[in-house]
Design a protein around this ligand. Sequence first.
Ligand code: XMP
Length: 517
Amino acid sequence: PVLVVDFGAQYAQLIARRVREASVYSEIVPHTITAAEVAAKNPVGIVLSGGPSSVYEPGSPDLDPGILQLGVPVMGICYGFQVMAKQLGGEVARTGRREYGSTPMRVVGDGGVLLAGQPDAQTTWMSHGDSVSQAPEGFDVLASTEDTPVAAFASDERQLYGVQWHPEVKHSEFGQRVLENFLHRAAGIPADWNSGSVITEQVARIREQVGSARVICGLSGGVDSAVAAAIVHEAVGDQLVCVFVDHGLLRADERRQVEEDYVAATGIRLVTVDAREQFLDALAGVTDPESKRKIIGREFIRTFEGAAEALVLEAQGAGEAVRFLVQGTLYPDVVESGGGTGTANIKSHHNVGGLPEDLEFELVEPLRALFKDEVRAIGRELGLPEAIVGRQPFPGPGLGIRIIGEVTLERLDLLREADAIVRAELTAAGLDEEIWQCPVVLLADVRSVGVQGDGRTYGHPIVLRPVSSEDAMTADWTRLPYDVLARISNRITNEVDGVNRVVLDVTSKPPGTIEWE
Ligand code: XMP
């Protein structure tokens, strides 16, 4: 792999993704990693990320100096560039001048392997206080800015490179070219990592892990579990059985997409548990959001557990064992829980999601190394339906937390109709890429007066909650075009019985959450 050394900014994940966009596999490691640990991973290249500190601050994150002596090609970015300069005998100065945001950069000489053939004047994205005032001995200066005489340096002989700006940020005009030049030309790494090679690699790994045992996977209808199951199915075929719980809180057409389109595309063995009545009964009379969430979670585990036990018994009857459970864990979850640090080991035994003690499964997690956009690419490569692969995030408790008030079948049906209209119109307007997700909420306990045809109406409002976001941690409300909003409003009030008003939520997160409950 290419190792991306994380100096504590939010840039490491972005760098890791850009490296992968250059068709090279990358992994994030903490800056505390030792040279021996790096060597053990056998990297073909190393990228040092930016970070929030100054190299002069006491306790600022450092790097084992042995790493630069391993003979592995290294590129430092921003803070990582300054760490390199300092360790290699150059000079880092506290100029007191900050460069922040779009900054003009000039190529020096022919620009070396990183910048050759690019325009002499470029826009780069910078964020730094200290500057490299002198390159280490034997290094060429490749670029400069008004305030930074040494904005990039290189030693082709030692295969060590650095840039002051952030090539991983789209605002850096030739950023991706610079990264690719480092990877392919300076370090000589081939561009051969892609969704096809990931599938081949995972299929082999899963076969080895699972052997002839049986495997269970819970499908939610979302992209992660769908892709994870499809890869496992490629590996072990009908040793895999998928369980899909229909809790009645799904959106229109979701169950059919899983039962028909997904099964047709994969040939997966699917068991659907129809638990709609059970969930409605459990939710009767409940209006408090936290109580709803707890009830839905509890009923879900109970239902999945029941289905899993039945499959275990069935296997035992056939003299076989169900030993594995598939989970669609993604790389960002692994990195955030410390698993990407290179020190924490993947736990092989789990007691997952409240499953009973005597049902111990080993986890199969084929997406553990992947980002969401890569999972989607693999899903497409595997021929999964676009409706599932391109699906926007949808909460586990489903429509149950989008009805403000008691959840009833009538209200669910009404909300499903309104939600289907919103999704269809957003897709038709080509807005799916622009929005992160658009919850549609029914204010079931609110009624307002309206007029329709020749009569007075007294109906419920529907709330549209379109948001733009990178990761759902923060979000802004999406400025949807007025004509799209008008079409949605017209259709909902005309087509959905009991709704006479459509309102738009214009709250960012914070202070609002994305979901209403
Ligand atoms: P909030 O409402 O907290 O939502 O701003 C952030 C993101 O998480 C989704 N969400 C959930 N996803 N189970 C899930 O799998 C849940 O209980 C749940 N609650 C919220 C929400 O749709 C948004 O993408």
